[in-house]
Design a protein around this ligand. Structure first.
Ligand SMILES: Nc1ncnc2c1ncn2[C@@H]1O[C@H](COP(=O)(O)OP(=O)(O)OP(=O)(O)O)[C@@H](O)[C@H]1O
Length: 228
């Protein structure tokens, strides 16, 4: 059976809001396998981003476990967790979160340089990744000099530069017009297939969700699989 790259078991999250407890996630089990593409949909406020943040180790669950590349995240020390996150996961957000002062190439290379890859190797790999997303000619451009779709392509290139087993995407097409969104969608599908990278996408974009292998709906703290 295909290798499990990311998994959560009985994951729950509640927030204390004044004297009240707001239960957002109520014991979620999810398995993501190598190269698999899953969409998570659900109404606004249903907890999609909360779930993605737990899976990405950016927030701590109230109960339950997250396993990345066979390691339980909460059992790791902060520095180890950071390293595992940097090499095992890529992140793409609705608003690209590129560094404004850096060029496209420098943005793409950042995860490599954090991981202390030599600059010359980082540059070579960054250029190859920019080529894969069709942006070789934009390597020296800063985010303000790129279109919305191009910025998202750079963000995707940055997410993939470390060749993570899994990329977590929060509304990757949410800020794009329909035409640009379909182009970014196509790129994501091509890259996940070619690199055998698992993609977990939180989205309101039903056209994008429909292209994934599975669509799960988050409702009242639980994940329900949509019929194929
Ligand atoms: N730090 C926090 N403290 C208290 N409540 C929070 C906190 N973060 C999120 N929430 C609440 O948790 C619920 C889920 O929020 P979340 O952002 O995960 O929803 P979502 O499904 O991603 O929504 P959207 O589709 O609008 O982005 C919301 O009711 C939100 O108000």
């Amino acid at each position: 059976m295909t290798e499990v790259v990311l998994e959560c078991r009985k994951l729950s999250k509640h927030y204390a809001v004044g004297p009240q407890q707001l239960q957002v996630l109520g014991g979620i089990d999810l398995v993501l396998r190598a190269g698999e593409r899953i969409a998570i949909v659900g109404s606004s406020g249903s907890g999609k981003t909360t779930l993605l943040n737990m899976l990405g180790g950016l927030d701590t669950p109230s109960t339950g476990e997250v396993w990345l590349a066979g390691q339980q995240m909460s059992a790791l020390k902060e520095a180890e967790r950071g390293r595992l996150r940097n090499t095992g996961l890529g992140f793409v957000y609705q608003f690209h979160h590129l560094l404004a002062e850096f060029t496209a190439l420098e943005n793409v290379c950042t995860p490599l340089l954090i991981g202390s890859t030599p600059i010359s190797e980082a540059r070579e790999r960054g250029l190859a990744m920019l080529e894969r997303v069709g942006l070789s000619a934009r390597a020296g451009h800063k985010p303000a000099e790129l279109s919305g779709g191009e910025r998202q392509r750079v963000a995707i290139a940055r997410a993939l530069i470390n060749e993570p087993a899994c990329v977590l995407l929060d509304e990757p097409t949410g800020n794009l017009d329909q035409h640009t969104a379909r182009g970014v969608q196509q790129l994501m599908l091509e890259l996940s297939q070619r690199l055998n990278t698992a993609f977990l996408v939180v989205t309101h974009d039903l056209a994008l969700a429909g292209q994934m292998d599975r669509v799960l709906t988050l409702n009242e703290g639980c994940l329900v699989q949509q019929p194929a």
